[in-house]
Write a protein that binds this ligand. Structure first.
Ligand code: HPA
Ligand code: ZN
Length: 338
């Protein structure tokens, strides 16, 4: 008997390349950490939290997400947050996770690299040995803050650069073009780090060009608005620069009105290296498997499309080539027997 769609997608080895660890903070954990750390939340009950998760746009989400992250204070908090995400991702068939974190959100709360980095890293190492999931950290700069703050953050991260996979750019997009962050991205690249940036989520296709040309990024996070510009699509196809798309996030934040109108399938068919990811799963309505399933149903994706999306995710990851080859070989077997 043919496997269910759910089992088929779960069993595909895949990489998650666009998830913000702050966006994996589930309401239950938010309450538990607030109690443990003596922090008063603006919500009295879990239902009140869920009611607050109704977003008009990116900014209304970011305000709620950054406020929630204020409960994260100790090394143990960061370890528990990362462990919960990695368990959940493993259950969804994720073999490799490249995870964003926003250091400025924590340092603005008086919590330093010496607190969150050991917490994240101990969870990553333990989950690698206990669950087999391979994961790495991408440090994002908040684009609503000036480049000077990003440069200070890069300096503060210096003792931990060996433990970072790359740098990224997130937060409020409109009015904050990638070009503004050229200096800090040059520095990161010189230090041997990979580079990615959010672009074309709410911002125009011009911001995707700017991320490619001024920041030299290897992947674009979201890139929905790239579809407005045929020359840009040609550039993405020719260069093989992947898009890390997050359909349920786009729906939750009003980037698309209906999932049925998402351009992910059209981009895939045009030859763009598209991937499916979760972005902020505790806030946006789903983890990576939910994103694959909802997108498959809304856009009528075939099993061949789903296998392509999973293989794109592995190819688009920054994992060592030998690991990618092993996951792709396994994917070919699952795809042929599923
Ligand atoms: N866009 C920008 N910044 C973010 C996002 C996003 O989707 N999620 C968390 N920070
Ligand atoms: Zn994001």
């Amino acid at each position: 008997m043919a496997t269910s769609l759910d089992d088929f997608v779960r069993n595909l080895p895949k990489a998650e390349l666009h998830v913000h660890i702050e966006g994996t903070l589930e309401p239950e954990m938010m309450f538990a950490l607030a109690t443990r750390n003596g922090i008063t939340l603006p919500y009295a009950t879990l239902d009140e939290v869920r009611e607050a998760y109704s977003f008009a746009d990116l900014q209304s989400f970011l305000d709620v997400c950054y406020a929630g992250a204020a409960v994260l204070r100790t090394e143990r908090d960061f370890d528990e947050l990362m462990t919960a995400y990695l368990r959940r991702a493993t259950a969804d068939g994720v073999r490799r996770a490249e995870i964003f974190f926003d250091p400025q959100t924590y340092t603005n709360n008086g919590v330093g690299f010496d607190v969150f980095m050991p917490g994240f890293l101990s969870a990553i190492e333990r989950c690698h040995s206990d669950l087999g999931i391979d994961s790495a950290l991408i440090m994002c700069f908040l684009r609503h803050l000036p480049v000077e703050s990003a440069l200070d953050t890069f300096e503060a991260a210096e003792p931990y650069l060996e433990r970072l996979l790359g740098v990224g750019l997130d937060s409020s997009e409109l009015g904050h073009p990638p070009r503004d962050f050229e200096l800090v991205f040059d520095r990161a690249r010189a230090a041997g780090l990979h580079t990615v940036a959010h672009a074309g989520e709410e911002g125009p296709a011009a911001y995707v060009w700017s991320a490619l040309d001024h920041l030299g990024v290897e992947r674009i996070d979201h890139g929905v608005r790239a579809a407005d510009d045929d020359a840009l699509i040609a550039r993405l196809v020719d260069s093989g620069v992947p898009l890390t798309m997050c359909p349920l996030s786009n729906l939750a934040l009003g980037v698309v009105g209906r999932l049925e109108d998402h351009n992910l399938k059209a981009m895939l068919d045009r030859g763009v290296k598209v991937t499916i990811n979760s972005d902020d799963p505790a806030y946006d309505g789903g983890y990576i498997l939910d994103n694959y399933i909802a997108t498959a149903q809304a856009l009528d994706l075939s099993r061949t499309d789903l296998v392509r999306l999973a293989s794109n995710s592995i190819e688009a990851s920054f994992a060592p080539e030998a690991d990618k080859a092993a996951w792709l070989a396994e994917l070919a077997v699952v795809a042929s027997t599923g």
